[in-house]
Design a protein around this ligand. Structure first.
Ligand SMILES: [Zn+2]
Length: 276
């Protein structure tokens, strides 16, 4: 499982922390965010702290559609997700919605939720009651799809190994000097953004960033204006939130450290690792 710590997703510090010993836990409560899967733990935390006035993001853990797990309050902290049941409950939120006729929480997300459930039972030393938020509160949460799955015993498909093929070639060497990476324009000098049209190895930084994103397209990623990634600005070679999201998703996909910055490891993975 890929677990993104609070530090890694840039969590704000909680206003306060109340510990709950594992022996007090009885339930494992599943939620959904009921919004676009493009939501992030950061945006949910902002809403919970600034919109709702809570001490921190409400959930103990979160899971996205790719099955990436994000640390919320963590195992041993009182959450704010199931009124009247927070002490006894470990709350996990699927970042996404439940559209009729559509599998929104797919095999990867389910495997991650199930993994958290198994961890929670191991840590508390008991079989926690599988609970959908709607079972203990007046809400549609977590949607019909996850609710039915919970009460079916949270079955998880065996992952089917997908055939892999070699990365499309030829490999392009990492173009930046040691210690440099593609990152935000307001970063240090070694953060190369494309905004200032710096040249490396005879080509502009924008060209290099476009070259790398083009390699992801060759690997089958849907990239460009109106497509899944780089939707608004296209592959323009100027690092911003869209490139950060693309780089982070590729890092998750490859099991790399997820920081949204394009350094040598992430660069080479696109040219060297098989396409799965
Ligand atoms: Zn809920």
């Amino acid at each position: 499982m890929i677990i993104v710590s609070r530090d890694q997703w840039g969590a704000r510090a909680p206003r306060s922390v109340t510990k709950v010993p594992p022996s007090r836990r009885r339930r494992f409560v599943v939620h959904y965010s009921a919004a676009s899967p493009d939501q992030t733990p950061k945006s949910i935390q902002t809403y919970h702290m600034d919109g709702r006035g809570w001490a921190d993001i409400g959930y103990n853990w979160l899971v996205d559609e790719h099955g990436t797990i994000y640390e919320g309050r963590g195992w041993d902290v009182l959450g704010a997700h199931a009124a009247g049941h927070n002490t006894e409950s470990i709350g996990v939120c699927f970042i996404g919605r439940d559209r009729p006729g559509t599998v929104d929480a797919g095999p990867q997300a389910r495997a991650a939720v199930r993994w958290l459930y198994d961890q929670a039972c191991a840590r508390t030393g008991r079989t926690l009651t599988r609970t959908g938020h709607r079972d203990i509160g007046a809400t549609a949460c977590p949607g019909d799809e996850l609710h039915a799955w919970l009460h079916a015993g949270m079955p998880v498909d065996e992952p089917t190994p997908s055939p892999s093929r070699p990365a499309p070639g030829p490999a392009v060497p990492y173009p930046l000097p040691a210690g440099h990476y593609f990152g935000p324009a307001d970063g240090p000098d070694r953060s190369v953004s494309g905004r200032y049209r710096r040249r490396f190895g005879g080509r502009s930084d924008r060209t290099w960033l476009r070259t790398w994103a083009h390699q992801l397209a060759r690997r089958g990623w849907s990239i460009g204006t109106g497509r899944r990634w780089l939707t608004r600005h296209g592959n323009d070679g100027q690092y911003g939130p869209e490139y950060k999201a693309l780089i982070s998703a590729f890092q998750r996909d490859q099991g790399l450290r997820v920081d949204g910055l394009l350094g040598p490891d992430t660069w080479h993975a696109a040219y060297r690792n098989p396409v799965t």
